[in-house]
Design a protein around this ligand. Structure first.
Ligand SMILES: *Cc1c(COP(=O)(O)O)cnc(C)c1O
Length: 379
C-alpha cells in the first residue's frame, strides 16, 4: 500500500527531543523555540517569527492583531482549508470569497479590488500547493485601500516569489508544521511571521495570554501583568526540538520533494493533451516547494474513476477542498463575490498524487506506471 502522505522524518528528531527532555524547561519559549525562531528570522528577514501550536492558531493571532470587529469583512479564496476562514469568523468577521485563477488555483488578484468596500479589513492570500499568489499586485491593492494583507502560507515554506520567501510580503504570514506539510514539528505546529514592527510587539503579548511576560523575562519591565486580549499560543519545547531537527535539513527535504515532483512531471507532461488533463502550472517568477502534485480531469466522473483505480492498485490519491462557500458554515458566515468560474470546477476535478519526503524510488515508479496503465484504458 502506498500512502498518500507520511510525516517527514530526517532521523535526528529523537536526538534533539532527548536534549529537550534533559533540559529544565519544557514549556514554550525555551532554548529550542528560540533557536527555531532565530532560524526563521535570519532566513526570512522578517521583523519577528513566533512559533505557534498550529497554523490555525497563527491565523487566529492574525485576526486578533488586526483588531477585527464583528461586521468587518475579510477577502479570501473559497478553494482553501477551513482554518483560513474560521480564524476570522471567530472574531465575528464576514468572509467574502473571490474566485481563483484557472492556472495556479490561487485567488485571482485582478478580482480582489472589486470585492473591497468600507467594511473590508484584510485580504488573505493562500499560496496553494506552495505556488505563490501575485504578491506585488495584492500588496499594492491592500496598501491603496489601507487594509491588511495576510498570507496563509501554510503550504509554502521554502517557496519564493521573485526570489523572496513567501510569508514576508503581507503584514503577517502564517506557516504550518502539521505532519501533512513539508516540514513538521512532530505532528502539529505553526509559525507567525510579522513583517511590521508595530504588530511584532503586540504579537508577543497576545501569545502570552495577553500578558507582558516576554518583556518581563527580558528584564524590560519590573513585573508582568494582563495588558491585552490574548490566549495560549505557545508550542512546547518537544515540538520545537522536533522542528529544529528538520530545519537543519530544510533544503535537503525541499530538494528531495522536488525530485519526486519532477519525476511525475517528466513522466506525465508529454501526455497532457492526449489524456486531456491539466497539470500544475508554475509561473516563471515563482519558485515552488513541491508541496503538491496534482491532476485536473475534464470531469468529476473520470477523476473519481481514477482515484478508485489507484486505490484498487494499492495507491491512495486524494482530492480537496469542498469549496468553503458551498459548505454549511461557509453559507452562514460568507458570501461569494461575483462569479464562481473556477473554484467549484477545481474542487470537482482535482486529484493529488502521493508525495512525501520518505517516499522511495520504487514507490514513485509504481505510481507512475499505474497511472500510465489507467490512461491506456481511458484515453
Ligand atoms: C494545513 C493548512 C492550514 C492549517 O494548518 P494547521 O497547522 O493544521 O493548523 C491552514 N491553511 C492551509 C491553506 C493549509 O493547507
Amino acid at each position: 500500500m502506498i500512502s498518500f502522505c507520511q510525516p517527514t522524518k530526517v532521523g535526528t528528531e529523537a536526538k534533539y527531543i532527548q536534549q529537550a527532555l534533559e533540559s529544565v524547561k519544557l514549556s514554550g519559549d525555551g532554548a529550542f523555540s528560540k533557536k527555531c525562531e532565530r532560524w526563521f528570522e535570519d532566513s526570512l528577514g522578517c521583523d519577528k517569527a513566533l512559533l505557534t501550536p498550529s497554523c490555525t492558531q497563527a491565523l487566529e493571532m492574525a485576526a486578533l492583531l488586526i483588531n477585527l470587529q464583528p461586521g468587518d469583512e475579510v477577502i479570501m479564496p473559497s478553494f482553501t482549508f477551513v482554518s483560513t476562514a474560521n480564524a476570522f469568523v471567530l472574531r465575528g468577521a464576514k468572509v467574502v470569497f473571490v474566485d481563483i485563477r484557472p492556472d495556479t488555483l490561487n485567488i485571482d488578484e485582478c478580482k480582489v479590488e472589486a470585492a473591497i468596500n468600507s467594511r473590508t479589513k484584510a485580504i488573505v492570500a493562500v499560496h496553494y500547493a506552495g505556488v505563490s499568489c501575485e504578491m506585488d499586485m495584492l500588496r499594492e491593492v491592500a496598501d491603496r485601500n489601507s487594509i491588511y494583507l495576510i498570507e496563509d502560507a501554510a503550504q509554502a515554506i521554502g517557496s519564493r516569489y521573485i526570489q523572496r520567501p513567501l510569508g514576508t510580503f503581507g503584514h503577517i504570514g502564517c506557516y504550518s508544521f502539521h505532519d501533512t506539510k513539508n516540514i513538521t514539528s512532530g505532528g502539529e505546529g505553526g509559525l507567525l511571521i510579522l513583517n511590521d514592527v508595530s504588530l511584532a510587539e503586540r504579537a508577543e503579548i497576545i501569545r502570552e495570554k495577553g500578558t507582558n511576560r516576554s518583556q518581563f523575562t527580558r528584564g524590560e519591565v519590573g513585573k508582568y501583568t494582563w495588558v491585552d486580549l490574548g490566549s495560549s499560543y505557545l508550542p512546547s519545547e518537544l515540538q520545537a526540538a522536533y522542528l529544529w531537527a528538520q530545519l537543519q535539513e530544510a533544503s535537503y527535504i525541499c530538494a528531495t520533494r522536488k525530485a519526486i515532483w519532477l519525476r511525475y512531471d517528466e513522466a506525465f507532461r508529454p501526455y497532457k493533451d492526449k489524456w486531456q488533463v491539466l497539470l500544475p502550472e508554475i509561473p516563471a517568477h515563482c519558485e515552488h516547494n513541491a508541496h503538491i502534485y496534482h491532476f485536473r480531469f475534464r470531469d468529476q466522473e473520470l477523476r473519481d474513476r481514477f482515484i478508485a483505480h489507484l486505490l484498487q492498485q494499492g495507491i491512495t490519491a486524494v482530492f480537496h477542498y469542498v469549496p468553503l462557500h458551498s459548505s454549511v458554515a461557509g453559507k452562514k458566515f460568507g458570501v461569494f463575490h461575483d462569479q464562481d468560474n473556477f473554484t467549484t470546477k477545481a474542487s470537482q476535478t482535482l486529484v493529488r498524487l502521493p508525495l512525501f519526503f520518505n517516499m522511495t524510488y520504487d514507490e514513485v515508479s509504481q505510481v507512475v506506471s499505474t497511472i500510465m496503465s489507467f490512461f491506456e484504458e481511458h484515453s
